[in-house]
Design a binder for this molecule. Structure first.
Ligand code: FES
Length: 106
């Protein structure tokens, strides 16, 4: 069992960071609504979203400019795609994500 445990305060509101858990890249995003975790892959062609921008609650992929709502993962442009959310929980100021060693992330 692999577990990511990240102090919420390690990220500013409006900041995102790529991390690795169980051999998979994740994108941890802190918005004014809290912390969200997504796969660090753009649904368009798989480019790492952690290399893109987060401004005004919008994640922009660096490669072709697709945009996503940072708080929900919903596609803004185009609306037809969305980010793959990873279940996480926040307790005592820490964000936790667990990956099963055999099945990987849920
Ligand atoms: S890979 Fe992200 S917009 Fe194309």
């Amino acid at each position: 069992m692999a577990e990511l445990s990240l102090q919420v305060d390690e990220l500013w509101v409006g900041e995102m960071r790529g991390v690795t858990l169980g051999g998979q890249r994740l994108l941890v995003v802190r918005t004014e609504h809290g912390v969200c975790v997504y796969r660090d892959r753009c649904p368009h062609q798989g480019y790492p979203l952690s290399e893109g921008r987060l401004e005004g609650g919008v994640i922009t992929c660096l490669l072709h400019g697709h945009t996503f709502d940072a708080a929900t993962g919903a596609g803004i442009n185009p609306r037809s795609s969305c980010l793959a959310a990873i279940p996480s929980r926040t307790e005592d100021g820490r964000v936790h994500v667990t990956a099963d060693d055999h099945r990987g992330l849920p």
